[in-house]
Design a protein around this ligand. Sequence first.
Ligand code: ADE
Ligand code: ZN
Length: 370
Amino acid sequence: MLIHRRGFIAGMAALVAVPRQAGAVAPITDPELARFIAGMPKAEYHVHLEGTLEADMKFALARRNGLKLPFADVAAMKASYDFHDLPSFLKIYYDGMKVLLKEQDFYDLAYAYLVKAASQNVIYAEMFFDPQEHLKRGVPMAAVIGGITRARRDAQAKLGIRSQLILCFVRDLSAESAMAALDAALPFKADLVGVGLDSDEKDNPPEKFRAHFAKARVNGLHVTAHCDVDQVDSLGHIRTVLLDLKADRIDHGGNIVQSPELVAIARQRSIYFTVCPTFSGTLRAGLKEPVDVVRAMLDAGLKVTISSDDPAYMGSEYLNDVLIRAVDRSNLTRDELTMIARNGFEAAWLPEADKSALIARLESYLRSAA
Ligand code: ADE
Ligand code: ZN
């Protein structure tokens, strides 16, 4: 995979300077740590199903759906994953998902992710999907949610991994398109746990979706929103998401450490952050002063969880790899790592008893690994 090592906004003040070379990612070398992480029961909250669409599956789905892709093979496709900021990433991501057309395609996509996640001891996941992009291509909402839901049920029955689904509004499409997607999804609301907000933040502030979030809440859905790192007015977006939309969680959100006032509010409200160091780290690595978003947020006393975001576009590194790299990059202690894992279960949009049962599995593992 080619990655341009440049930052989003060259003039942006760094969050935290760390004594590391820009872009350096250490090889995964500590086998004991890798085993400890691999065996640990984990949760994942920030994974876009369409971002788990691996190149080989794109070719298989294109063949099945009679589509011709503009790449000779998997290697050529992967070589095209050459992005340097959020918009250039999103273009590749949206182009890639055009092979998803039928209910079975969504089943295969979701099941493949759940197989990988279960193989890494992820026992619970809340997964994003971007239905507006599929509706645009004429795919019915029933096929999108139906395929994913069938995969979730099969994965729980066959692999023991529990999961829920979060509908994301694509913020750079119109507010009307997002409302149409929400309306089309509400007949399936029993298959959803929440709504989120993703895609390009520039000129698409969270308040554009105030009515959508309100309607989702009335319908019993939880609310989260992306505040990607170093966007135009990142802090303003975080403020709106916290104070106006009153989101239950924030996806990314690293710039909050620049505002002691917002940090205090997030701590007081026990807001969980779904941090994706591969994504933020990749895109921030070219800044003059390399930064460590995870370290900065932990040191600010925020509730950090760690996720893989769009692993198919990030060197196919799924949660265990992301955690191992985070330990290395952010010098996480074992206590910090287990706190992040515990946060992972405490952040779940599940009944308290179910959450406690998941946490008990983690505690039992930690006792046995001590
Ligand atoms: N869509 C998929 N991944 C995303 C991300 N990390 N930020 C915004 N939109 C996305
Ligand atoms: Zn994301």
